[in-house]
Ligand binder design. Structure first.
Ligand code: XMP
Length: 422
């Protein structure tokens, strides 16, 4: 990207919100990259920047005090905006970058798509590409970009581990195979995962088992497909920035589920969205014509409902959770509360309580609802949903969902709780 556009380098001095300046610069349609403040002049010059921004200062907290860039970076003679002395807002950045430095504001979503498609085509040539489709926004955007670039040379493998939300596997097939015409191999591995997970109750053991089994299924399918040259990874820019503090060593591996299949030999890795922040990935998705159900999708853990269905996983429990979660999600959307929460979902607890239906005693599971607001998922506030709404949803779930007769709302912030229950 840096070679097609005027580039700005942001030196990160270990600021609390290191990505703030980068996001503000990119909001001006100016391309920027973030490097650690320890970056050498050689590393900075490789990007051929038109200006430097030092991300440090009163906004950024004590941690940056006393840290200075390499003397040879300062000696490059590039214009510098030091955020120790200036606010990190759009007006200040525009004045410095566009007005004073004359940097072109031409890094748009459309240009990104055009240039990425051309670069992917050049990188891949006539080779075959494999992508693990999770249905999440990163892998979805990667799939559509690659499909534009190399069409049928792309094969997506979607593994349904039985812990997906209601109708999700069907939705993935409809969107990618039917609407986009992407070569998608969908594996129904529910029975296999449930067999592997039988008797496993410890949260970490469940996560590990799901991750390992995922790799095994994925490897088997990849093996069946024959020649595989490139593997796609949905790495996004924060993963790269966060790994930059080791002095710029290779990017850490980041996985949606489990890990990379290490036993399959690939000629290389393709990372189509590695220079984008999450909201930029969503914008690219919209421009590529992906439906909102994908572009607005909330984070969903790799092990899926496996970590929201407490204790041993069974089909009955997972089906009940899927139904309760679908009711909650529909109700949130109907009342517009989905726009106020960054993440919301149902959890099936492992607690059963006594209830009554049609004068008959029941003994059913307790469902817990959780809705949070968060800027970064590192901390989270509880969304204070109105009591009448919660009572309505609770009544519907406890009445309609087989095996559940009680509903509670989780009112615990993170910390001390985490967002997920396991
Ligand atoms: P916690 O529960 O740690 O979650 O507060 C923070 C965010 O991370 C998501 N999460 C995961 N995402 N694989 C993922 O890709 C995982 O194993 C995983 N576990 C938690 C969680 O949904 C929340 O958004």
């Amino acid at each position: 990207m840096a070679k097609n556009h005027d580039c700005v380098v942001i030196l990160d001095f270990g600021a609390v919100n290191a990505q703030m300046a980068a996001k503000a610069v990119r909001a001006l349609n100016i391309y920027c990259e973030v490097l650690p403040y320890t970056a050498s002049a050689e590393r900075v010059s490789a990007l051929n920047p038109r200006a430097l921004i030092y991300q440090r200062g009163a906004a950024c907290g004590e941690r940056t005090a006393g840290r200075e860039p390499h003397a040879d970076v300062a000696a490059l003679g590039l214009p510098v905006l030091d955020l120790q002395d200036a606010p990190c807002d759009g007006a200040t950045l525009k004045r410095f970058l566009a007005d004073d430095c004359g940097i072109a504001q031409d890094w748009t979503t459309e240009r990104f798509i055009e240039e990425s498609v051309a670069e992917l085509r050049a990188q891949i040539g006539d080779k075959q590409v494999l992508l693990a489709m999770s249905g999440g926004v990163d892998s979805s955007v990667c799939a559509v970009l690659l499909h534009r670039a190399v069409g049928k040379q792309l094969t997506c493998v979607f593994v349904d581990h039985g812990c997906m939300r209601k109708d999700e596997p069907q939705q993935v097939k409809e969107i990618f195979r039917d609407a986009f015409g992407i070569n998608l191999v969908a594996i129904d591995a529910e029975a296999r995962f449930l067999a592997r997970l039988q008797g496993v109750t410890d949260p970490e053991a469940k996560r590990k088992a799901i991750g390992e089994e995922f790799i095994r299924v994925f490897e088997e399918e990849a093996g069946k497909l024959g020649t595989l040259d490139y593997l796609v990874q949905g790495t996004i820019y924060p993963d790269i920035i966060e790994s930059g503090w080791d002095g710029g060593k290779p990017v850490k591996a980041h996985h949606n589920v489990g890990g990379l299949p290490e036993r399959i030999a690939f000629k290389g890795i393709v990372e189509p969205v590695k220079y984008l922040f999450k909201d930029e990935v969503r914008k690219v998705g919209e421009a590529l014509g992906l439906p909102r159900v994908v572009t607005d999708r909330q984070p969903f853990p790799g092990p899926g409902l496996g970590v929201r269905c407490l204790g041993e996983l069974t089909k009955e429990k997972l089906d009940a959770l899927r139904d309760a979660d679908a009711i909650f999600r529909r109700a949130m959307a109907d009342r517009g509360f989905d726009k106020e929460a960054n993440q919301f979902f149902a959890v099936l607890t492992n607690v059963r309580t006594v209830g009554v239906t049609d004068d008959e005693r029941t003994y059913g599971y307790v469902v817990c609802l959780r809705a949070i607001q968060t800027p970064d998922f590192m901390t989270a506030k509880v969304l204070p949903l109105p009591a009448d709404f919660l009572i309505e949803v609770a009544t519907e779930i406890a009445t309609a969902v087989k095996g559940c007769n009680r509903v509670v709302y989780d009112i615990t912030p993170k910390p001390p709780a985490t967002i997920e229950w396991e």
